[in-house]
Each structure stands twice: as structure tokens, then as C-alpha cells.
Design a protein. Sequence first.
Length: 291
Amino acid sequence: MRIAIFGNTYREVILSHIRQVVDCLRRHEVTFLFDKQLYDFADPALHLGRERVEIIDTDRFAADLALSIGGDGTFLTTASRVGDKRIPILGINLGRLGFLADVADPDIPKALEAFMRHDCLIEERTLLRVETSDGTPLDYPHALNEVAVLKQDSSSMISIDTSVNGEMVHTYMADGLLVSTPTGSTAYSMSVGGPILVPQVQGFVLSPVSSHSLNVRPLLIPDSWCIDLEVHSRNGHYLVSVDGRSRVMEQSTRLHISKADYTIRMVKQQGYTFFDTLKNKLMWGVDKRNG
């Protein structure tokens, strides 16, 4: 079995987690594929060596499992590295929330052994794809959480002409507009008042950021529909952020957003439910009143 390991190199606490992963899996016939930056960071402290270890510094690799060790941001980065390879991703949490990377430190051996026994759940998560009208390239034009169109400076709002399936829907006068997947409905979209969607919902959410109108609300559309955005701003530019990977665009560049032709596969433990995660991670529905 081949297991790729990706992680956040900004926190030394990751070293103990890598050691735990390696020690747990050494007794199995496992080849470890380390992201080069992570290997260079961890090897001096852990002496990983090169036996049954491969170094990957591009996105051309094959594995049976990808481990993301970090927070939800690290999980999104891992998803971009995995791309359309259909490699399931297991998230080990080092961050503060751990909504995507939901395996806590004490549960690492249990989660890994469950995967080796094929005793786990695999969830398919929808992605967004972004295309630009003038061919302006994006580093990775797919989003597991959301595509955010935002004003570039803090001085004035932008207007976003929004069409769905070729029909003009609305011109948002706001600080920005989010197009979110069900996975991303608990991220940026939720923070601006968007609805929470269970992962199995086949839809996308359009959520304005600081709308300059009180009667504009988030909109849920089928994920088979396509979205076209044309932005107008005072300075002639705007910011597009694809799962946090940002780029400044000329306002003449229009965006076409649609459902990607592949999914990301997320490993979940037996007994996992989305609603338990909402309650435990986001305190959803928890009444803190006494009595």
C-alpha cells in the first residue's frame, strides 16, 4: 500500500503526529510518499530515512491514501494536490476547528487501522470549477469549499452581474459574492449568513458579502447549473479566491463557474454523522443557558 503524507510545516507539533503515523503503519507493507517540503522539515528530527520512503515534489504521484496533517486549510491544499486522482483523503487535525480534518490526536491509530481493514466510510464531495473569459490561468481552478469574488481594496464596493444558466438573476452591490459547495457551506459562506447544507445536497449557494441591500438573501441552486459573473469596480480590478488561493483580476475578465467533472473522496470513521460534527465543532443547536 502507498500512503502519501502532506502537512503544515509551520508548527513543530506535527512531528509527533508524523511519528505516530509512521510507527502505526510500519508493521504493514506500506510505502510512504512524503511531500518534499514536509520531508525536509521532518527528517532531521525524526530520522525517517529513505527505506520504503519516496519523495514527491510535483502532483504526479499515485497512492492508496492521502493523509492531511494540519487544519482545514491544509486539507484544502491536500485536496488540490490530489486533484482528480480519486485518492481518498484522511484529515488529521492540528488546527483549531478541524471540520474537514476531523481525526484528533488520540484517534490516529484507530483511524489508520480502520482504513487498513477497509472499515471506514468514503464520502464523495462536489467541487467547483472556475474558467476565465480571457484565459487568465489560475493555479488550480477547482474549489472544495468556495469561489469568492471580492473587492480588491477597502474603499468601495463592487457590482457583480450574476447570470445562472444564461439568465440574468441579479446585480449584487456588495463587498463580494461567494459561490459555495455543500462542503463550503460551513466555512466562509456560513460566516456571511449562508445556509448550512448537508454534504449530500446537490446544490451550490450564492451568498453576498456585506450586501448593500437588506432584501438580498443567499440563493441555493442545483449544482447542474452554471454561473457567470461579470464584475465592475471603481479601480478596474477585483480579487478572486479559489479555496483561499487568491489572484487579482482585471474587471474585463468574466468568470464561468460550474460543477467539476470529478469529486474529492473523504475518509470518515464508522459512526460519523454530519450533525454530530455540527454540534461538536460549531456548537450547533447547543443551549448554554442554565436550568
